[in-house]
Unconditional design. Structure first.
Lengths: 504, 423
């Protein structure tokens, strides 16, 4: 009996105007998505591989351990995801590159200066770029198509499913037959789901067919299984909105009222909540330092840890100089002679000072990286918290799940930062190991005099490879997927309850 | 007769549950959103006043005007509450110095909220809410205006009276517009109350005039959508068909087309060639400047490297904070070199040359920006304006002064300020 209802509902939908329009819109958007991706993706991949090669050569250029420490592990680039067409994830805003934070050179005594070594730069967001002059618009990726259209279209198919039939009186007729209410509801649910998903699957297939014509886009098995999961998530999401439509339709008498209620719910859940709820939630969270406060605090800490000792060293040197030569004698000396004398004096640096100098350099790196890490962690925690709150909206949940699976977006950004930090640690361990292997050196990492001068074989230097495994993506997406399945079950149950209790 | 028609239509709308639901949801969304937007505005205002304080400090500390690099910060626009436009996303401070003429390229970072990562959540302004919610309502009022009446048979009944078809349409239009204005004005009133309560946001008479402009634009926009709905309603036989058509027209015009046109159409091709040629031009100008400098130095007794040549200045060493051998000696000696007047001559000459160079460079960059970035932005706008929803967005941005022209005006003002400042 239930299949009878499903086939009747489905064939009803199949012949309707809304089915034709749905197919048209979904296909048009999916084709656009594929075509634009074909145009932009090869450039991105080419750019990435070129810059990775340059970065690799730059890392392998130095042959001495100190130079290696100073040049650092080089440029880190985020690998463009092969599934970028699924979710853009604000990639234009997030930093795609991490490089050296800068360098300094401070004079400790005339002729002698202390040079900084590589530290991980602060990954700034790309705010206020010239491209922001162009009007903003949402990228037409799968996330857009799914979150907006696979929520709007189900409502178009369900708003009159129960209230419309009740108005016409056919519902009473239908229930006069030996058929249970839940069978009728399930039949309507499955019929509408098929009617929405069929054009969607067709559009997805078309999209993938267009994409597979290009040799630049190579999708491996992991990518295909991700795509399979993504399509499943989309189906689940469409199901949620069909259930919502049935709930409201069962609870109202008039199909016009059903529609307006559904549309208002749609605007609130899909348009309003994902964007505003996050910012709203952030208002009550513990505040983070502003960039200005952060810079100030970092500067103060650095001044205390680095600049103060260096200043003391300078003053000490001046004192020593003036204790050996009187000021009058210095002034009487010819200019060039005085200069040579001061330099000769400062060249007699105590070897006892070297450990302190090396420690200063490494301390500088440590302080800077710690401050950056803590500030970023505070900001990220706030974003993650805000995202947790926006998950009230299934649209946001789907967006995050899709971003995780596609390997873009904020979770990907955090993963990238983590793997960069891991690589930096490995790189430093590598240097320390080479250093230990050389018995002749002073083992003072941070200054050229204290480090091994043995040449380093370029092949041994660790190279950063940005990878994202299927397991990583699944781990971050699993929570969202579960949430969606639960929502679907909950709303379906709600629809049953409302329909069973409603008057016909 | 017309009055009776209008009255009847109005009552039908006003008494309906859908009208009530629409008003409640619109007002709730607007109030919640205003709360968020006001918070964001306050944060940007705090950021702005902090920048201002830094600039003031700089002015007070600067020893001479020629070394001063002044930043001109742009305050957040209070009307960005209605239409955020470029106000929140484009840079909002410009460095001014006698060696640089501001162009769009030299605009710094935008005023940020406390946590810039929250920019990952897109912000919705009030105009966007009106654009989405009220246009949907307009179509929902319109779809069964004719088709529904003719299905129910009441249209025939009404027309059997001595009333023209035009009058019926007009009555429906007027009643629906009144019903749409009601949630609009109510939410506007609540927004203004929230603004006055927040205190940080001050609206003057000019702003109220602009808000009035925004309201008028909104009314025009809504009547546009209502008339589209009415057209569909008259052309279809059944209200159900009319409704589905209306919804899909709405999806295409509001949701799909603006994003699609920006995503799929690349209005002007690759502009990187134009950019590189400008930078080459600028390099040539700089070479020219260096040649002039060499020519001047050939006739001057100064030796060594600029800016101080081989002259010791105990004062300047101390400021540069160095502790090299040269510096230490300079610190101990205090020379009054006979070459000092020549040095002054050199700097006077060079500042003239540099100012001239800056003017030329600024002009070249300005032209380049106008031909590449600005042109592309304007073409994007033009294409998006094919949808009434985007047309409405850009029109209100123009009222609020948050569109591209607002930024261009701001830059023009900074250039004027620079000229006044260096002369």
């Amino acid at each position: 009996m239930i299949w009878h209802i499903v086939t009747r509902e489905f064939s009803d939908h199949l012949n309707s105007l809304r089915f034709a329009l749905t197919t048209f819109i979904l296909v048009a958007l999916m084709v656009t998505n594929a075509v634009v991706h074909l145009q932009t993706h090869p450039d991105r991949v080419r750019h990435y591989s070129e810059s990775v090669t340059t970065a690799r050569n730059a890392v392998r250029a130095p042959t001495q351990l100190y130079l290696l420490l100073q040049k650092g592990p080089g440029d880190f680039r985020k690998r463009p995801s092969p599934l970028a067409f699924v979710a853009d994830g604000g990639e234009a805003l997030l930093p795609g590159r991490i490089w050296s934070g800068g360098s300094w050179s401070k004079t400790t005594s005339p002729g002698n200066s202390l040079k900084s070594v590589w530290w991980m730069g602060y990954p700034h967001l790309n705010l206020g770029a010239m491209s922001s002059l162009r009007p903003t618009a949402t990228k037409i990726d799968w996330v857009f198509i799914i979150t907006y259209l696979l929520s709007f279209l189900p409502l178009m198919f369900t708003f009159d499913a129960l209230s419309g039939e009740r108005e016409q009186g056919t519902l009473r007729l239908c229930l006069a037959n030996p058929i249970s209410r839940h069978a009728l509801l399930l039949g309507k649910f499955i019929g509408a789901l098929f009617a929405v998903l069929m054009p969607f699957y067709f559009a997805v297939l078309l999209n993938l067919a267009i994409l597979s014509t290009d040799t630049w886009i190579q999708l491996d098995t992991a990518a295909w299984s991700r795509l399979g999961l993504i399509v499943l998530i989309a189906s689940c999401y469409a199901g949620i909105f069909i259930a919502v439509g049935l709930i409201v339709s069962a609870a109202t008498r008039e199909s016009r009222l059903t529609l307006i209620l559904l549309l208002l719910i749609w605007v609130t859940i899909v348009v309003f909540m994902p964007s505003t709820l996050g910012t709203l939630a952030a208002k009550w969270m513990s505040p983070v330092q502003t960039q200005h406060q952060f810079n100030k605090a970092k500067k103060a800490a650095l001044a205390q840890a680095i600049d103060e000792p260096i200043k003391q060293m300078q003053e000490q040197f001046e004192k020593q100089l003036l204790s050996r030569y009187s000021l009058g004698a210095l002034l009487k000396m010819p200019r060039a002679e005085a200069q040579a004398m001061v330099e000769a004096e400062s060249a007699k640096v105590d070897d006892a000072d070297l450990p302190m100098l090396a420690a200063l350099v490494m301390k500088d790196v440590e302080v800077r990286e710690r401050f950056n890490r803590e500030h970023l962690a505070a900001q990220s925690a706030q974003v993650l918290q805000a995202r947790a709150i926006t998950r009230f909206s299934p649209a946001a949940t789907v967006q995050y799940a899709l971003e995780s699976l596609a390997g873009t977006g904020f979770n990907r950004h955090l993963h990238f930062l983590d793997s960069v930090r891991l690589h930096i640690r490995q790189f430093r361990e590598f240097i320390a190991e080479r250093e230990r292997a050389d018995a002749t050196s002073l083992h003072l990492i941070g200054i050229p005099q204290g480090m091994s001068e043995k040449p380093v074989p370029p092949q041994a230097i660790p190279i950063f490879e940005d990878t994202l495994t299927f397991r990583d993506t699944l781990n971050t997406a699993m929570g969202d997927i579960l949430l969606l399945v639960l929502l679907l079950g909950g709303f379906l149950l709600g629809a049953f309850l409302v329909f069973v209790r409603s008057e016909v | 007769m017309l009055r009776t028609l209008i009255r009847q239509e109005l009552l039908v709308h006003l008494m309906s549950a859908r009208f009530f639901a629409a008003v409640v949801i619109t007002v709730l969304l607007v109030v919640a959103n205003t709360f968020v937007l006001l918070g964001a505005y306050e944060e940007r205002l705090a950021n702005y006043s902090q920048r201002e304080a830094v600039i003031r400090e700089k002015i007070a500390d600067a020893p001479t005007y020629s070394v001063l690099r002044l930043a001109v910060a742009r305050p957040p626009n209070p009307l960005s509450l209605f239409s955020a436009g470029l106000d929140t996303r484009f840079g909002s401070s410009v460095d001014i110095s006698h060696t640089q003429v501001p162009s769009l390229l030299s605009v710094g970072a935008p005023l940020s909220s406390k946590n810039p990562y929250l920019n990952l959540f897109s912000h919705i302004d009030l105009v966007f809410l009106f654009q989405v919610v009220l246009s949907l309502l307009a179509l929902l009022f319109a779809y069964d205006a004719i088709a529904g009446d003719s299905e129910a048979g009441t249209l025939r009944l009404v027309l059997s009276h001595s009333v023209g078809r035009g009058a019926v349409l007009f009555a429906k239009y007027l009643a629906a517009m009144v019903c749409l204005l009601l949630p609009l004005l109510m939410s506007l009133l609540l927004v203004l109350i929230q603004c006055t309560l927040s205190r940080s946001l001050q609206l003057g008479p000019a702003e109220f005039l602009r808000i009035g402009g925004i309201v008028v634009t909104t009314v025009v926009y809504l009547s546009g959508f209502y008339l589209i709905g009415l057209l569909i309603s008259t052309m279809t036989r059944r209200a159900a068909t009319s409704l589905i058509l209306c919804m899909f027209v709405w999806v295409v015009l509001v949701l799909v087309y603006p994003n699609w046109s920006r995503f799929a159409i690349k209005p002007i091709g690759d502009t990187s060639a134009r950019r590189t040629s400008t930078y080459q031009q600028i390099d040539q100008m700089r070479e020219e400047e260096e040649r002039e400098e060499r020519r001047f130095l050939a006739n001057s007794p100064l030796t060594g490297k600029p800016p101080w040549f081989n002259i010791d200045f105990s004062e300047s060493w101390r400021r540069s904070g160095g502790h090299g051998a040269d510096q230490l000696i300079g610190k101990l000696r205090n020379t009054a070199d006979p070459l000092v007047p020549h040095l002054q001559q050199y700097h006077a000459f060079m500042s003239q040359v540099q100012t001239r160079l800056a003017e030329k460079e600024g002009l070249a960059k300005q032209q380049m920006v106008a031909e590449t970035y600005l042109r592309r932005a304007r073409w994007d706008e033009r294409l998006m304006k094919l949808s009434p929803a985007s047309l409405y967005t850009f029109a209100t941005a123009a009222w609020a002064g948050t569109d591209v022209d607002g930024i261009v005006d701001y830059l023009r003002a900074t250039r004027r300020y620079r000229r006044a400042f260096i002369t």
